[in-house]
Ligand binder design. Sequence first.
Ligand SMILES: Nc1ncnc2c1ncn2[C@@H]1O[C@H](COP(=O)(O)OP(=O)(O)OP(=O)(O)O)[C@@H](O)[C@H]1O
Ligand SMILES: [Mg+2]
Length: 471
Amino acid sequence: MKLPLPPARSLGNKLALVFFAVIAVAFAVIFLVVVPQLQTNLEKQRVTELRRVVPVFTSNFQSVLTSKTPDQQRDDFVRSVGDSADADVTVFQQPPDLWVTYNSRVSPEVSASRELAALAYRTGHIQARVERVNARRTAQAAVPIKREGQKRASYVVVYARDLADVRDAVALIRNRLLIAGAIALLIALIGSYAVAWALARRVRRLEAAAKQVAAGNFIEPLPEDSEDELGQLTRTFNEMQVQLARVDSARREFIANASHELRTPIFSLGGFVELLQDEELDEDTRNEFLWLMREQVERLQKLAVSLLDLSRIDAGSLELNPEDVDLSELAREVAGEFTPAVSSHNTRLQLNLPESDVEAICDRERVAQIMRILLDNALRHTPEGTRVTVSADRSNGTAQVTVADTGPGVTGADRVFERFFTGDAARGSGLGLAIARELADRMSGNIELRSQPGRTAFTLALPAADRNGSA
Ligand SMILES: Nc1ncnc2c1ncn2[C@@H]1O[C@H](COP(=O)(O)OP(=O)(O)OP(=O)(O)O)[C@@H](O)[C@H]1O
Ligand SMILES: [Mg+2]
């Protein structure tokens, strides 16, 4: 049963939130920083324009204001300047109070800034800036007018232009931005949910597949339809499934083989026990049966030990104690154990073992086990009388032991290291060489087989111990 995700944690919500935040921050910056800056720049530009225009009228003002021109004419003059400068023109008379004398506007409402006029009067220079008058922003320029020969100005002419057009342009931009922002947020919302939905669908497909595999059902490989991270995850999942299937079938095969190997001697023992229950059995037959039973029990014991070794190797719980081991000495020891087997094989074991210098870093017991496996094979899978040689030497940083025989050679040489592979009629369980190779592997060594009719040689190579080292 699939529980719905809490809303805040769904992929779609997270994505939508991130998109939303990014777009909102971007628009806020445009709104709060860029647009006001634009407005300021436009206004400054207007002030500069006005300042460039006003000096044109200064000399005319000088002559009109400082001569005895009638008031009506002065009014007309101020109005005409207002028209040609496209500004409200106001003339202030000299202080104390900076009285307004003339105004180009028809309505008496004065928009000229008294402060600016006062500033121009005080400094004696043109002053221009943005002024807020009657809640409107205006560009204003104040020009002091002096009588000939006087130091101080007698009048200040203030030109004022409404900045409504700037305000309108900025308001329009703000409006458009709002609409664009709303649309962008909507697209982000729809887009992020669409992307999240598509991603979530693919993730759910993987999740369902993983659950199937966890329940032990191997399914068809998922379609690998994209190159993105999820596509890679899908590919890895498919590979994992193939691996798991391989491991699973290897496990089944192993169990099937192991039970088969166990069943044969157990049935055989059961049969002998029944035969022995026959009271009329003579002593010789009974002894022969007991001898055969002993053989089966030995076979079972060997098999149990081999299976245990393999399961330890597979589980990684095989403990190794690496030390410097003299391979010559060890080979001599192990060969000694085989004296009875060698004599019943009607042959001679030849040892080519140098007195010293063949030292390897390895686990002594495990190397002895590998040697036993190789010697056992050389005696068991060859006809009676076949000569067996054990030799040891060093080569290319490795210490080697070779067990060779003059038998007919190995059949199925490429498969002898597989588990449960037996290539001839000798009743082995086919685990010896598989274990030997795994053990060699664990000790950073390897086993090589060179085989042809008349000479079969298994060589175990192990990392050599340093001659000048502790050994
Ligand atoms: N020296 C050899 N000469 C010829 N054939 C060999 C020799 N050594 C191994 N083989 C072949 O390789 C096969 C696999 O050997 P391996 O030691 O793994 O199993 P096994 O000897 O049959 O059984 P186990 O050793 O588990 O009792 C043998 O069945 C045999 O056919
Ligand atoms: Mg063997």
